[in-house]
Design a protein around this ligand. Structure first.
Ligand code: FAD
Length: 562
C-alpha cells in the first residue's frame, strides 16, 4: 500500500487559506519563505515515502520484543530512525544555539504528518524527543541544556515522557514515584511507570527520561509533583554515555495496534535524576512537553486519516461490484461509497487545517510575543488533539468499510490504520479530558477567545457570501450562543456537553477553511465540491451538537444503569 505525501495540498493550505506567508515577515522566521517551506516538505516527503512507509507492515507483523532485559525493535527500524536523525528532522524546530534548525512548528507539523502517515510507530520516537526538547529549552538549567539539547536535537539520544502509573492515568496527582535528594545535589528516583512509549530500544545510543516524582516534603496532589531528568546512561561532561543508571524496562505491553512502538513498563530503582524546574512545580514543566505532544498526537490522528483515505480511494477505483448509476465500472460510482469517501475527505481536510492553524498560532505567538496568538493556540490545542484523533478513528473505520470484507482481513493493511490510530484518542490526555480542558480552562475568560475565533469565521463569510456562506454563518451564530451558555454554566453542566461542543466547534471551523479554499477556484472544481459537501452534509450536525452540548448534566445522572 503506497503512501503519497500531500506536499502540494499542504503548501496550498498554508499559503492560500491560513496566511502562513506572515511567518516570513517576522524576524524569527524570516527564512520560512514559501520556497523554503516547499523545498523542506519535498525532502521530508521523500523520507516518508521511500524510507518509512515500506516498514509500516513490518512494524505490525514483527513487533519490538524484550530479550534479556534489552528491547529489540523491528528489523529495519534502527536504520530508518538514523535516516530521520541524520536528515536533521528531529531538531527541525529546536533552537539553533543547541544544534536545531529553528524552523517554525508549522513546518514541523507538516513533517510530522508525513512521517506518521508513513509509519506512525517509528515517528512516535522523534515526536516524543521533540516535546522533550521544548520542555528542556524552557525549564532546564543552562548546564543541562548545554549537555543534553545538542544530543537530542541531533537525534543521537531520544527522549521519553514518564507520567503514567497503575493508579495514576488521567489523575496525574495520584502518582507515587519518589525522589530522594542526594548529597551531590542530584536525586535518587524510584518507582514504577507503565505504558512508556519508546521507554527502551536499540535505535539510539542513549535514552533521556523525563519523570514525574514526589520529593519527601511534597504536598499531596498535583501541587506536590516535581520533574526529573533521568538518563539511561549517565553522560560525562563531554556528553559521552557512561555508567548505566538505575532504570530498566521490566516488560512490554501487548497492544491492539502500534506494535512497532515499544510500550514499556519502566522500573526506576534509585536512578540518578536531575531536577528540572522548581521543586513541586514539575507539572507546569511537563505541560510544556504535553502541550507540544497534544498537537503532535492530533497530527498522528490526521496522518492515519489521510493514509487510510488514500488507500480507500485506490481500492474504490479498482474494485468492481454491481452496476453503478453513473456507469463507472468500479465501486467509486456507488452513491454510498462516494458518501464515505467525501466524508473522509472533508473530515481529513478539516483536521489538517485545524492542526496547522494551531501550529501557526504557536509560531506567531513565539515570533511576536503577542498574548492573543498564544491564547488562540491554547484554545485550538485541545480541538486539534481530540478532533484530529477522532477523525483518524472515524476515517480509518470508514476506510475499512470501503474495503468491505477485504478491509477486515489483515493482508490489505487497512485494518492496521484502524488498530494503530485507536490509541491516539486515548493517550496524551484522553479526548474526554481534552474536551473538558476546552470548556473548562479555555473558556475561563468568559469565552472571549472562542468568540473571537467565531467572529473570524463570520468575517470570512462576509468576504465570501452566498448560499453556502449563509449556512456557515447560521452555524457560527449557533456556536456563539452555545459558547455563551457554556461560559456561564456550572462546571458539571459544561463537562456533560464538552465532547459535542468540541465537535461542533471543529465542524464549524472546517466550514470556514473549506469555503476559503473553495473561493480560490475561478470555476467550481474539487475544492468547491468538498466545501459544498461539508456545508450540506456535515455542518447541519452543528445545531444538533449544540443542543446536546447545552443539555446539562442532569440527564446523564438520571439512571444508575440498573
Ligand atoms: C500505547 C500507549 C502509549 C502510551 N504512552 C505513554 C507515555 O509515553 N508516557 C506516559 O506517561 N503515558 C503513556 N500512556 C498512558 C496514557 O497517557 C494513559 O493511558 C491515558 O492518560 C489515560 O489514562 P488511563 O489509561 O489510566 O485511563 P483512566 O484515567 O483510567 O481513564 C478511563 C476513562 O475515564 C475517563 N476519565 C478519567 N478521569 C476523568 C475525569 N476527571 N473526568 C472525566 N472523565 C475521566 C477517561 O477519559 C477514560 O475514558 C500510553 C498509553 C498507551 C495505551
Amino acid at each position: 500500500m503506497s503512501y503519497r505525501a500531500p506536499v502540494a495540498e499542504m503548501c496550498f493550505l498554508l499559503g492560500e487559506v491560513l496566511g502562513a506567508g506572515r511567518l516570513a515577515e517576522t524576524d524569527r522566521f524570516a527564512d520560512a519563505t514559501p520556497e523554503t517551506i516547499e523545498a523542506v516538505l519535498g525532502e521530508a516527503a521523500r523520507i516518508a515515502e521511500d524510507v518509512l512507509a515500506p516498514l509500516r507492515r513490518a512494524g505490525d507483523l514483527e513487533p519490538a520484543r524484550l530479550e534479556n532485559g534489552v528491547v529489540r525493535t523491528t528489523p529495519g527500524f534502527a536504520e530508518a530512525y538514523r535516516a530521520i536523525a541524520d536528515g536533521g528532522w528531529v531538531g527541525i524546530a529546536a533552537a539553533p544555539e543547541h544544534g536545531g534548525m529553528g524552523l517554525p512548528v508549522t513546518l514541523l507539523t507538516c513533517v510530522g504528518e508525513m512521517f506518521s502517515a508513513a509509519n506512525m510507530a517509528i515517528a512516535l520516537c522523534p515526536l516524543l524527543t521533540q516535546g522533550q526538547i521544548e520542555a528542556l529549552e524552557h525549564h532546564a538549567p543552562p548546564e543541562l541544556r548545554a549537555l543534553y539539547l545538542p544530543k537530542l536535537a541531533s537525534g543521537t539520544w531520544t527522549g521519553t515522557m514518564n507520567l503514567t502509573e497503575p493508579q495514576a492515568g488521567s489523575d496525574v496527582g495520584a502518582i507515587r514515584a519518589r525522589a530522594e535528594p542526594r548529597p551531590d545535589g542530584t536525586h535518587a528516583v524510584s518507582g514504577q511507570k507503565i505504558f512508556i512509549s519508546w521507554g527502551d530500544h536499540d535505535v539510539a545510543e542513549n535514552i533521556v527520561h523525563l519523570v514525574l516524582a514526589r520529593l519527601p516534603d511534597a504536598p499531596a496532589g498535583t501541587r506536590g509533583i516535581s520533574l526529573f531528568l533521568v538518563p539511561k546512561f549517565i553522560p560525562d561532561a563531554e556528553g559521552r554515555p557512561g555508567e548505566r543508571n538505575g532504570v530498566r524496562a521490566l516488560s512490554l505491553e501487548h497492544k491492539t495496534g502500534l506494535h512497532g512502538s515499544p510500550t514499556c513498563v519502566m522500573e526506576f530503582d534509585a536512578a540518578r535524576g536531575w531536577l528540572i524546574g522548581a521543586p513541586h512545580q514539575g507539572l507546569a514543566a511537563m505541560f510544556t512537553m504535553m502541550n507540544n505532544a497534544r498537537l503532535a498526537v492530533g497530527v498522528e490522528g490526521l496522518s492515519q486519516a489521510d493514509a487510510a483515505l488514500q488507500a480507500a480511494l485506490a481500492f474504490a477505483r479498482e474494485r468492481r461490484q454491481g452496476r453503478t448509476p453513473d456507469g463507472t465500472e468500479a465501486i467509486i460510482g456507488h452513491a454510498d461509497v462516494r458518501r464515505m469517501l467525501m466524508t473522509m475527505a472533508a473530515l481529513t481536510a478539516t483536521a489538517r487545517a485545524i492542526c496547522l492553524d494551531c501550529a501557526l498560532s504557536i509560531d506567531m505567538a513565539a515570533a511576536t510575543g503577542e498574548e492573543a496568538w498564544a491564547a488562540r493556540a491554547a484554545f485550538l490545542t485541545p480541538i486539534a488533539k481530540a478532533f484530529g484523533t477522532d477523525t483518524g478513528c472515524e476515517v480509518a473505520s470508514l476506510a475499512m468499510q470501503v474495503f468491505g470484507g477485504m478491509g477486515y482481513i489483515e493482508e490489505t493493511g487497512v485494518a492496521q490504520f484502524w488498530r494503530d490510530v485507536r490509541v491516539t484518542a486515548i493517550y496524551e490526555g484522553t479526548n474526554g479530558i481534552q474536551a473538558m480542558d476546552l470548556v473548562g480552562r479555555k473558556l475561563a475568560d468568559g469565552g472571549a477567545v472562542g468568540q473571537k475565533l467565531i467572529e473570524a469565521i463570520e468575517e470570512g463569510v462576509r468576504e465570501n457570501p452566498g448560499e453556502l456562506g449563509a449556512s456557515l454563518a447560521a452555524a457560527a451564530r449557533r456556536l456563539a450562543e452555545t459558547t455563551g451558555w457554556m461560559a456561564a454554566a456550572e462546571p458539571n453542566d459544561r463537562f456533560a456537553g464538552a465532547a459535542p461542543y468540541l465537535r461542533a466547534f471543529a465542524l464549524t471551523l472546517g466550514g470556514h477553511y473549506l469555503l476559503k479554499a473553495a473561493a480560490t477556484e475561478a470555476e467550481a472544481g474539487p475544492r468547491t465540491a468538498l466545501a459544498t459537501f461539508h456545508v450540506r452534509q456535515l455542518l447541519p450536525q452543528v445545531a444538533a451538537l449544540c443542543d446536546a452540548a447545552s443539555a446539562g448534566a442532569a440527564p446523564l445522572y438520571a439512571t444508575d444503569f440498573a
